[in-house]
Design a protein around this ligand. Structure first.
Ligand SMILES: Cc1ncc(COP(=O)(O)O)c(C=O)c1O
Length: 377
């Protein structure tokens, strides 16, 4: 650190130079995040100094959090759900499994997750010292129920289902997992970090949220398709006692039994989430999701025209394309300044069509992809 500080102008100049190195989102098809909605930025700025880690000092911010949680609970089919705003999907998943583990007297338990689960579950195994058992997927890349059943034993504390897998955007059969969880008398956590702000706005007979009675907790991320500022996550529990299992004792704070994983927490995130949800309403979110789905179908149709087949019809705004060497194609695309990603298994090129994606960029991308595929023969 410097002995003598520099002027505001020099600081801002230094920041601008670094910001110029960052990519802008418009050629990015690999991210589940997107620029925040303008109203989220306004809200965030106004609440920057507030700290939900000591909510008695910021009762207005605390009320925004309560209301944001309530709105998400309604969206997920159970207005009475209890929860809090986390830093994102990873924290929410950690905390959901921690609550499931704390419901038991033993500590050496296990959980059963699909092989498609986000890597946050590997961190959970390490952090909580519980075993993460990975169930096979079926041909549609949904969790295989027989495999789940074969992995459960008396030390299993929770099943996990994914509503919107990170790699393929697939939705596990949550209602069938629920039957298994009920039978075993254990928690069922649904990771809807990505799907939480997509699935409620799609047509279709989805049974994946709190309307499925055995679902005990849900992760939902406003900083992904909720267009809030980062960090903005949500964790909801059906039963308040499960949230209570996360409480620590902090008598010097204005609320003596905080439940979040982090201590100091941004009230700005709560303001941003509250602002976007109130500003867009269900109708506004449906428009956003419809647009992303239209772009996903445009991507798939365009890919088919150049001889590239999707791994599956997109369930959500995640498109995966079948090809021999996705990693190689990814590098070729990178040379043309497109950011895409690939999946682990089965291997495919992965594209997320987010609110920042446009028709123009989908078409430009497809032209480049066509050219690359031709050159590769
Ligand atoms: C299904 C799922 N769960 C959890 C996460 C982790 O979320 P975060 O990066 O906000 O911690 C992601 C991130 O992409 C995800 O797709």
């Amino acid at each position: 650190m410097r002995d003598l500080g520099i002027s505001e102008e020099e600081v801002m100049d230094g920041l601008s130079k670094m910001r110029e190195k960052d990519l802008s989102y418009h050629r990015i098809f690999s991210s589940m995040c997107t620029p925040p909605h303008p109203i989220a930025l306004l809200a965030h700025e106004r609440f920057q100094e507030t700290n939900l880690g000591d909510p008695g000092l910021f009762p207005g911010s605390a009320e925004l959090e309560l209301q944001a949680v309530r709105m998400m609970a309604e969206l997920l089919g159970y207005p009475e759900a209890a929860g809090y705003l986390s830093t994102g999907g990873t924290e929410s998943n950690i905390q959901a499994i921690r609550a499931a583990r704390n419901a038991h007297s033993f500590r050496d338990g296990n959980i059963v997750v699909p092989k498609s689960a986000h890597f946050s579950f590997d961190k959970i195994g390490d952090l909580l010292s519980i075993e993460i058992r990975k169930a096979d997927l079926d041909d549609d890349l949904k969790v295989d129920l027989a495999s789940v059943e074969s992995l459960i034993d008396e030390k299993t504390v929770s099943l996990v289902g994914i509503a919107g897998t990170t790699e393929f955007g697939q939705v596990d059969p949550i209602d069938r997992l629920a039957e298994i969880a009920l039978d075993a008398g254990i928690h069922l956590h649904v990771d809807a970090a990505f799907g939480g702000f997509v699935l409620p706005f799609l047509e279709g007979d989805w049974r994946w949220d709190f309307t499925v009675e055995a679902v005990t907790s849900i992760t939902i991320d406003p900083h992904k398709m909720g267009m809030a500022t980062i960090p903005g996550g949500g964790l909801l529990f059906r039963r308040p006692e499960d949230l209570e299992r996360l409480a620590a004792y902090a008598p010097y704070l204005t609320v003596a039994r905080p439940k979040a994983l982090t201590g100091t927490r941004s009230g700005a995130a709560a303001a941003a989430i509250w602002a976007v949800m109130n500003h867009l309403g269900r109708e506004g979110f449906k428009e956003v999701v419809d647009r992303c789905m239209d772009l996903s179908r445009r991507m798939v149709d365009g890919a088919r025209k150049i001889g590239v087949e999707p791994m599956m019809e997109p369930v959500m705004n995640v498109v995966t394309l079948r090809m021999d060497d996705p990693e190689g194609v990814r590098s070729d695309l990178l040379e043309r300044r497109w950011r895409v990603s690939t999946t682990r298994s089965p291997k495919a090129l992965r594209l997320i069509l987010m609110p920042h994606s446009t028709v123009e960029n989908v078409d430009l991308f497809l032209k480049d992809l066509e050219d690359i595929m031709k050159r590769r023969g």
